[in-house]
Ligand binder design. Structure first.
Ligand code: NAD
Ligand code: UGA
Length: 470
C-alpha cells in the first residue's frame, strides 16, 4: 500500500488529501499539522474550513484511509510520498519584505523531513513557491542526508479555487507535475501520475520540468488576476462614460480567443493568493534583472488597490462628502461567496476606509465569525509598496464596527448599504423591507453587481453599481 503524508491541513492540504483518499481507496493518506486545534477540528463534526461538499467527502473516508494527526514525525517517516502544503505568505521583514515569499515554514518542513526519514521519499511541492524552490529543497535534503536516502522532489501546484474546491478537485482542468529529467525523477513523476490517474483522464495530466511547473502556477494566478484588474480598469471608464461594464465584458468575452470567464467587475479581488503570488513573481523578476516585467505585473495590484479606494471614495462623495456618524451596513465580508475565508478580502480595506471617515459600520456575513471580523479590522494594514510603514488602525475606530447575524438587523436604521461579497442570499433579500427600515435617502453601493439596480431604484433607493450608468 502506498502511503501519503501531507504537511499542512489548511485550505489546500485538507480538501486535496480528502479527495485523494476518496478516489484512491488503496492509498493511506495522513494529513498532519503543527496546529493541534486545526487537527482536532478535522477530527470533529465541525471542520475547520467551510467548503461545499467537503463534509461529505471527509465523512466517507475519515478513519478508513484518511487520517488527521499531529504526530508529524511518525507519519513522515512512514510515508512514500510527502506532500508539503504549508503556508507561504509574503515576507513582512528583511530582504524582499513586501514582495518575496516567506519560506520559513517550507524550510523547517524540509529540514524535519531530512531528519526523520529512514527510507526513500518523494517530496511534492503542493504549496505555491518561487520558481527554483525545488533546488533549495534538494540542497537541504541532500546535505542533511548521511543515510543514503534517495529524495525526489516534484512540483505539483494546486489550482483549486475556494468555494468550489471539491468540484475543482473532482474535475480539474489539468493536473501539473514537474520533475527532474533523470531516470529516478521520471519514475517519481510516473508514481504521482498513477495516483491522479485514479480519477483524472491521463491526457489532462501534464508533465514538465520542475521550473516550468513552479512558474506555471505563479503565471496562472497572475493571468487570472490580470483579467480582473483589466475589467475593473474598464469599469472606471464605464462609470465615466455611461457604458455598462457587464455589456462590455459580455461583448469582449464572446471573442473565443478571450473567453467569457473571470470578467466580473468587482470591488477588487481578494483571497490569500493572487496578491501574494503576483508580488512573488514581481520579486523574482526584479532579482533576475527584469524591472520592466516586474512593473507590468505591479500594475495589476495597483489597479486592485485603486478599485477598492475608488469604491470608498465614490460612496463617501455620493453621500454628500461625509459618512461621519452615519450607519453603513456592510453585507458580506468573505473574499468571495461560499467560503468563510477573509484573507486579503476587499471588505477589510473598504471597512477601514469607512471607519477612517468616521462611519459606524454594521457587518453581516453568513459564514464569517464576529471574532474573525474584529481580528481582521484590528490588524495593521500591510502596505506591500511601503512595507516599512505599517498603517495601524486606531482602536477607537475599530469600536465603531459591529457584527450582526442577519442582513435585516445590519441594515436597520442605516444610511447606506454596501454589498461586498456575492452571496446568493443577497440577491433574494426583501429590499422593500430593507428600504422601509433605512434612513432616507437610502443608498446602495453594490460592489459585486448582484442586485438589479432598476428594481431597487423603483423601490426608492439611490443605487451605485460597479461600472454601470447611474
Ligand atoms: P493555510 O494557512 O490554510 O494552511 C497551511 C497549514 O500549514 C497551516 O494549518 C499551518 O499550521 C500548517 N503548517 C505550517 N508549517 C507546518 C509544518 N512545518 N508542518 C506541518 N504543518 C505546518 O494555507 P493554504 O491556503 O492551505 O495554502 C497552502 C499553500 O497552498 C500556499 O502556498 C498557497 O499559496 C497554496 N494554494 C492555496 C490555495 C487556496 O485556495 N487557499 C490554492 C492553491 C494553492
Ligand atoms: C484563485 C484561483 O482561481 C485558483 O485557481 C488558485 O488555485 C487559487 O487562487 C490560489 O492559488 O490560491 P481563489 O482565490 O480561491 O482561487 O478564488 P477566485 O475564484 O479565483 O477569486 C479570487 C478573487 O477574485 C475573489 O475575491 C473573487 O471575488 C474575485 N473575482 C473573481 C472577481 O472580482 N471577478 C471575477 O470575475 C472572478
Amino acid at each position: 500500500m502506498v502511503k501519503i503524508c501531507c504537511l499542512g491541513a489548511g485550505y489546500v492540504g485538507g480538501p486535496t488529501m480528502a479527495v485523494i483518499a476518496l478516489k484512491c481507496p488503496a492509498i493511506e493518506v495522513v494529513v498532519v499539522d503543527i496546529s493541534t486545534t486545526r487537527i482536532s477540528a478535522w477530527n470533529s463534526d465541525q471542520l475547520p474550513i467551510y467548503e461545499p461538499g467537503l463534509d461529505d467527502v471527509v465523512k466517507q473516508c475519515r478513519g478508513r484511509n484518511l487520517f488527521f494527526s499531529t504526530d508529524i514525525e511518525k507519519h513522515v517517516s512512514e510515508a512514500d510520498i510527502i506532500f508539503v502544503s504549508v503556508n507561504t505568505p509574503t515576507k513582512t521583514r528583511g530582504l524582499g519584505a513586501g514582495k518575496a515569499a516567506d519560506l520559513t515554514y517550507w524550510e523547517s518542513a524540509a529540514r524535519m523531513i531530512a531528519d526523520v526519514s529512514k527510507s526513500d521519499k518523494i517530496v511534492v511541492e503542493k504549496s505555491t513557491v518561487p520558481v527554483k524552490t525545488a533546488e533549495a529543497i534538494e540542497k537541504i535534503l541532500t546535505h542533511n542526508n548521511n543515510k543514503g536516502i534517495n529524495f525526489q522532489i516534484l512540483s505539483n501546484p494546486e489550482f483549486l479555487a475556494e468555494g468550489t474546491a471539491i468540484q475543482d478537485l473532482f474535475k480539474p482542468d489539468r493536473v501539473l507535475i514537474g520533475g527532474r529529467e533523470t531516470p529516478e525523477g521520471c519514475k517519481a513523476v510516473e508514481l504521482l501520475k498513477s495516483v491522479y490517474a485514479n480519477w483524472v483522464p491521463e491526457d489532462q495530466i501534464i508533465t514538465t520540468n520542475l521550473w516550468s511547473a513552479e512558474l506555471s502556477k505563479l503565471a496562472a494566478n497572475a493571468f487570472l488576476a490580470q483579467r480582473i484588474s483589466s475589467v475593473n480598469a474598464i469599469s472606471a471608464l464605464c462609470e465615466a462614460t455611461g457604458a455598462d461594464v457587464a455589456e462590455v465584458a459580455y461583448s469582449v468575452g464572446k471573442d473565443s480567443r478571450i473567453g467569457p470567464k473571470f470578467l466580473n467587475a468587482s470591488v477588487g479581488f481578494g483571497g490569500s493568493c493572487f496578491q501574494k503570488d503576483i508580488l512573488n513573481l514581481i520579486y523574482i523578476c526584479e532579482c533576475n534583472g527584469l524591472p520592466e516585467v516586474a512593473d507590468y505585473w505591479k500594475q495589476v495590484i495597483k489597479i486592485n488597490d485603486y478599485q477598492k479606494s475608488r469604491f470608498v471614495n465614490r460612496l463617501v462623495s455620493s453621500m454628500f462628502n461625509t459618512v461621519a456618524g452615519k450607519k453603513i451596513a456592510v453585507l458580506g465580508f468573505a473574499f468571495k461567496k461560499d467560503t468563510g475565508d477573509t484573507r486579503e478580502t476587499p471588505a477589510i480595506d473598504v471597512c477601514k476606509g469607512l471607519l477612517g471617515d468616521k462611519a459606524k459600520i454594521s457587518i453581516y456575513d453568513p459564514q464569517v465569525t464576529e471574532d474573525q471580523i474584529q481580528r481582521d479590522l484590528a490588524m495593521n494594514k500591510f502596505d506591500w509598496d511601503h512595507p516599512i510603514h505599517l498603517q495601524p488602525m486606531s482602536p477607537t475606530a475599530v469600536k465603531e464596527a459591529s457584527v450582526e447575524w442577519d442582513a435585516y438587523e445590519a441594515t436597520k436604521g442605516a444610511h447606506g448599504v454596501c454589498i461586498l461579497t456575492e452571496w446568493d442570499e443577497f440577491k433574494k433579500l426583501d429590499y422593500e423591507k430593507i428600504y422601509e427600515n433605512m434612513q432616507k435617502p437610502a443608498f446602495i453601493f453594490d460592489g459585486r453587481n448582484v442586485v438589479d439596480p432598476e428594481k431597487l431604484r423603483k423601490i426608492g433607493f439611490i443605487v451605485y453599481s460597479i461600472g454601470k450608468p447611474l
